[in-house]
Ligand binder design. Structure first.
Ligand code: NAP
Length: 267
């Protein structure tokens, strides 16, 4: 499959108001000359991002305020956008996490995490996938999962569960696709320095987190190079290789110790 040329093509980026999504939107516009449709709940952040991109390049930027936990709104948005624009790629990036003991999570928080990371993402992925499967022009979806999909993370148990769902679903779906011009790519980063990991509870884990500009650069390469799955960072890839050779129970207990230490009194 040829690389995906995004020059002057429309790309949808969810969760573009901060972190990885924001940085991917900037790089897609400034380095790949893509036109972008940026989505999140915080409209003001999206407006600021649009102004920033407009100063840097001539790519078109369209803003949509959308709560991806609302599956009806996701359906309406997706159908509208695919009818109105010739979309070439979707970057399914919006996600929610927490850091702490599962017993401390209230029902609202648990449902919000499930609704964003699973229900909303699943709805958008399904609609865009159905569209791209039947399209003749080259297209792609980049699903942002996590290394937590391979190695369940204590104190982020629900989060890593949702990322494993997303990984397994998108991976399996990719093999149902018989369109040689369309690829579902899955990106599985380790820790990244973003708003998501800015809380002081993450302090002891920050030293091994990837700068967001590098994580974004690798993510876009995963999409345009049509990779099925990609882990960014040499040490993440080596670590992942060895972690598959070691008993999962040992990894789980070591991760629990490390994460509990970082949580400190919040555990
Ligand atoms: N940071 C890490 O260490 C790390 C590691 C592995 C994977 N990831 C994954 O990378 C992706 C991006 O995370 P990040 O680190 O960049 O975090 P972030 O800075 O917190 O960004 C999360 C984005 O998701 C959006 N979002 C959250 N809930 C939403 C909702 N209900 N509707 C619409 N948008 C929503 C947020 O926008 P609004 O709040 O404006 O809606 C924001 O733009 C996530 O899928 C995350 O799981 C992150």
């Amino acid at each position: 499959m040829d690389t995906l040329n995004l020059k002057d093509q429309w790309v949808v980026v969810t969760g573009a108001s901060s972190g990885l999504g924001r940085e991917m939107a900037i790089q897609l516009a400034t380095q790949y000359q893509a036109n972008i449709i940026i989505i999140a709940r915080r409209t003001q952040q999206l407006e600021t991002l649009k102004e920033e991109i407009n100063k840097l390049c001539h790519s078109e930027v369209i803003i949509f305020t959308l709560d991806v936990s609302d599956t009806n709104a996701v359906k309406t948005f997706s159908e509208h956008i695919l009818t109105k624009y010739d979309i070439r790629a979707l970057v399914l990036n919006a996600g929610l996490t927490y850091f702490g003991a599962h017993k401390a999570l209230d029902l609202t928080t648990k449902n919000q995490i499930l609704n964003v990371n699973i229900h909303g993402s699943l709805e958008m992925l399904t609609i865009f996938n159905n569209h791209f499967v039947s399209k003749k022009s080259p297209s792609g979806i980049l699903v942002i999962s996590s290394m937590g999909a391979y190695h369940p993370v204590p104190y982020q148990a629900l989060y890593s569960g949702t990322k494993a769902f997303l990984f397994n679903f998108a991976y399996a779906l990719g093999f149902e696709n018989e369109n040689p011009n369309y690829q579902i790519s899955i990106y599985t980063p380790g820790g990244i320095q973003t708003e998501m990991t800015s809380d002081k509870k993450f302090n002891k884990l920050k030293s091994w987190m990837m700068p967001v500009n590098i994580a974004a650069k690798e993510a876009i390469k995963t999409l345009i190079n049509r990779k099925r799955v990609y882990i960014p960072g040499f040490f993440n890839r080596i670590g992942n290789y060895f972690m598959h050779l070691i008993p999962k129970s040992w990894i789980g207990s070591q991760m629990a110790k490390m994460y509990k230490k970082s949580l400190g009194t919040n555990a």
